[in-house]
Structure formats: C-alpha cells, structure tokens
Design a protein around this ligand. Structure first.
Ligand SMILES: Cc1ncc(COP(=O)(O)O)c(C=O)c1O
Length: 497
C-alpha cells in the first residue's frame, strides 16, 4: 500500500476542476491557458533544453522529487491540455483520471502478457477485457482478441492474418517461404479508409499498390457496386476487404453486411476498422450504427479514441480464435510444451510482440468504474456537442458545413467569399495555424476528396471528445475561428489591393 500512495502522490497528472461532470486528467492546472502553449515550436524546444540541460546522460542526478518537478513543470507550461474545452483537433481524447491511476498500477506491476509467470493476474485481466469487448461487439464465445499498441498495428495484424489465410488457401506457406506463389495479392478498402491499411500492405510484403481503394458514395460509405466490380477482376488473389466503421474525418460507417457478403463470395477475409467507431456500442442511441459488426472476421477498436483511455489501448478482435495461429510460436525459454500442458500458458501466440504491456488493466478498471451506461453518456454528450457545433456552422454566413455529423466530428470551412479555390484552401490552413500558435484553440484540418463536380478541398475539423465541454465552449471556439478567418481574409484583401 505505501507504494500505491506514492504513485497517486506524483505531482502530475492534475485532476480536472471539481465542478466538471467527468474527472479527466491533465498535466496542466492553469485553466486560463489554452490547450497549447502560446509560442513557436522553437520556443518550446528552448524551454525543454533549459529544463533538461545539455542533451547528454547527466553524470549525476538531481534526485527523484526534483526530477519529477522539472518534468511536471515542463508539461504544465509547454504540454498539451486535452481536457481544455478548446482542444478539438484529433481523435486523441482527454483521459479519465481513473484510467491514468490504473495505468500507473500497470506500470508498477511491470507485468508482461507473453508468459504466465510474467504476470498471472494481468493475463486474466486481458482475457476478461477481450471477452467483454467481443461480447459488446456481438461476437460469440469462439471470438478472441489481443491488446495492441494502436489501431495501425491492429490493422497490420488483421491484414497479416488475412494474408496467411489467403496463402494457405492457395497452398502457400507464407510464413516459411514468403509470398512466392501467391498470385497478385490485393486488399480492398474505401478511398476514405485509414492510411494504415496501405502501410500494412507495404510492411507485409504485398506492396502499397496492393491496396485497391474503392470510391465512396454521397454518404461517404464504400460503394459496394464498385467493390463487386473490383473483386470480380481476374488474375488477383483477394486477401481482405477492409470496411471502416467510423472514417477518421467523417465518422461514416461502411455497409458492413453487404461488404461481408461480397468478401465471402470471393473468398476474402473481412476486416472492420472500427478504431474510431467501436465506442458507439457504449451508447443506446448510437449502437445501432454498429449492429452489423458480427459479420466481420476481425475488428480493430481503439479505446484511446472513444473510450477516454491513455494511449495505447487498441484491441484486435478475431471472430474465430483459431485464426491467431499466424502468431503461434514455440520458444524454449517462454512456452515449452510441458509447461503449456500444465496450464502455464501466456499470450505470446496472440501477437508479434514478446514483452507486451498490461494495457488491459486501465480498461478493466474503467469498465468496472463507469459501466457501459457511464461511457455511453460521455459519448452521447460529445455527439450532442457535435450536432450543436454543426447547427452553429450552418447558421453562420462566414462558415460552411461540409458533411453531416455521424459520430463526433464536424467538417466545415471558413467561407471564401470571392476568393479563388486555392486561396480558400490557404485561408483554412492559415486560420488553423494562427489559432494553434496563439495557444487558445486547437482544431484539425484535412482534405476532402473531390466529389460531385467539386474539386478536392481543404477543410477544418472539430473532433469533439471532451464530455466536459459545453455548447457555449464550442460557440466561443467557433467565434474565435470566425474572427481569425475575418482577419486573414481582410489581410489577404489588403495584400491584393
Ligand atoms: C479509422 C482509423 N483507423 C486506424 C487509425 C490508427 O490508429 P492509431 O493512431 O491508434 O494507430 C485511426 C487513427 O485515427 C483511425 O481513425
């Protein structure tokens, strides 16, 4: 017990103000400060150098308290404050205090998931978490899963399993002999899928060009007619179809059941990247969006997005646990057969990692603390904020809404009013940078693909994942976007005159 008292007595993280409905952690206690420090990257670098000293291993130490104070001070002054209501750039939420406390426990255990004797209790916790999440996703008892260091890695592992499965069907032992003998392996995903699908193809020796992107419809969902045409093309081995349940920018959800039927027809693995969207299952209101999830062979989900967990808390779920055979490995010093026969087995065979953090500890603690209802309420609050933000954008002639709200993102732009298309794009980038370096407001930007005669366009994006933010916080944020937009527009008008 004394050690635990010590862990929670660390100078950071700082608890959120006691009047906030949800206890979120932050390393920044100055509520008047914006989500980012005011100033340039050079200034932050200089401050870090002052705090840390010359970049070499110090000959002697300053002591534990002094060192912690130094780092806590740097994070307080120059770090990000995701619990600030004007932090709305990425799928990087503020984190629940309870998850941070539990993560400190996990670190203190220094357990690993690979062998039984590296952490018996944490192994049991991971298995509980995976089963609970598989059940939430609608999967049966034969499903299983593994915690991974991020959605990109979960997608990589899924494509790896799919590749091995397609190779085995073609009589190729890819693990032993490589890809030789596999005829043009390809992976299909929508044009709005996360780029980690392409990276997975590159890393697995398929090449980025193996990722065939399918056009999306007016609702930003994969077009199954185009997918069917592509699947029917001869001379290729369809390895996997990757549907996205919650595209990074739009939150749109591909038609999972239809895609799964096509994937089965052509013998391809069906993976759903629900890194962003899986958390919808916590909410009664939004869960129907993911009702078709059980059609998948595997699912990526990230609780460091909707789930309010510190990174990394990704999970790869597999509908049939036997498919983890791709990672099976017998290693004399870790999992000898006679130990396994005695029940002393770990989870080495679920992953490419050997040492693997007990990231499930914070998840189990959070699920026990809040239950589905608590997390669902957090999501519903963020979803309502997104609708309020969209309504405000529509009502403001200086702003344009670019897509409807599905989950918690709002895509919009500052109106160009007479500017050329390239200037309107430039305006968005400049507005975001000015707000970011002021430290007051942090919003995202992205580029929307061309559609319906409109060219590709730079957009601004709100990713609303702070349930402590209020509609008036978001009003204020958008006021600042508009004011900055008017400034930039006026300056470019003066420049042109
Ligand atoms: C749909 C989707 N998949 C995968 C990822 C990658 O997740 P991570 O950043 O955890 O690797 C993201 C990240 O935003 C995402 O939006």
């Amino acid at each position: 017990m004394p050690q635990f008292a010590r862990l929670t007595a660390l100078p950071s993280p700082v608890r959120s103000p006691s009047d906030s409905p949800w206890p979120l952690a932050s390393t920044v206690s100055d509520r008047a400060r914006g989500p980012l420090p005011h100033g340039s990257p050079g200034e932050v670098l200089l401050r870090a150098q002052q705090v840390l000293g010359e970049a070499r291993v110090p000959a002697t130490g300053v002591g534990e308290s002094a060192a912690l104070d130094l780092i806590a001070g740097l994070l307080a002054e120059s770090g990000i404050d995701l619990s600030h209501p004007h932090a709305a750039a990425h799928l990087q939420p503020p984190v629940l205090q309870v998850a941070v406390d539990a993560d400190a426990l996990a670190s203190a255990s220094n357990a690993s998931m690979d062998t039984y004797d590296s952490g018996p209790a944490t192994l049991a916790i991971e298995q509980w978490v995976v089963k609970a999440l598989a059940g939430l996703g609608g999967f049966g008892p034969e499903a299983d899963g593994v915690l991974t260091p991020g959605g990109s890695i979960s997608n990589l592992l899924a494509v790896l399993i799919a590749r091995d499965s397609a190779a085995a069907a073609a009589g190729v032992d890819v693990r032993r002999n490589g890809l030789q003998g596999l005829d043009q392996p390809v992976v299909f995903c929508s044009e709005l899928a996360h780029f980690s699908v392409q990276r997975a193809c590159a890393a697995l020796g398929l090449g980025e060009q193996a990722a065939i992107t399918i056009a999306s419809d007016e609702d930003f969902r994969m077009r199954t007619d185009v997918l069917e045409d592509e699947l029917a093309k001869p001379g290729r081995t369809p390895v996997a179809v990757v549907a996205t349940a919650g595209t990074t920018d739009y939150g749109s959800i591909d038609p999972i059941a239809e895609i799964a039927a096509l994937a089965r027809q052509y013998g391809a693995w069906m993976h759903v990247d629900a890194a962003y969207g899986f958390g919808a299952l916590f909410s009664d209101q939004l869960a129907p969006l993911l009702a078709e999830l059980p059609h998948a062979d595997s699912v990526t989900l990230d609780l460091h997005k909707i789930g309010w967990q510190p990174a990394a808390t990704s999970v790869l779920l597999v509908a049939d646990r036997n498919r983890f055979a791709s990672f099976g490995r017998s290693v004399d010093y870790l999992n000898p057969a006679d130990d396994i026969d005695s029940g002393l087995d770990g989870l080495l065979g679920r992953s490419l990692q050997t040492t693997r953090r007990p990231d499930a500890v914070k998840v189990a603690t959070t699920l026990r603390a809040y239950g589905r209802a608590g997390l669902g309420k957090m999501l519903d609050t963020c979803h309502e904020l997104a609708h309020a933000a969209a309504a405000r954008v529509v009502a403001d002639s200086n702003l344009e809404l670019l897509a409807p709200v599905t989950l918690t993102t709002v895509l919009f732009r500052v109106a160009g009013q007479g500017l050329e298309a390239a200037e309107v794009d430039g305006l968005q980038g400049e507005v975001r940078r000015r707000l970011l370096t002021s430290g007051r407001v942090l919003i995202g930007r992205t580029k929307l693909p061309a559609r319906g005669g409109r060219p590709a366009a730079v957009a601004l994006k709100l990713t609303l994942l702070n349930p402590n933010a209020t509609a008036s916080d978001i009003e204020d944020l958008l006021d600042q976007v508009v004011a900055t937009g008017l400034d930039v527009r006026a300056e470019s008008g003066e420049g042109a005159a």
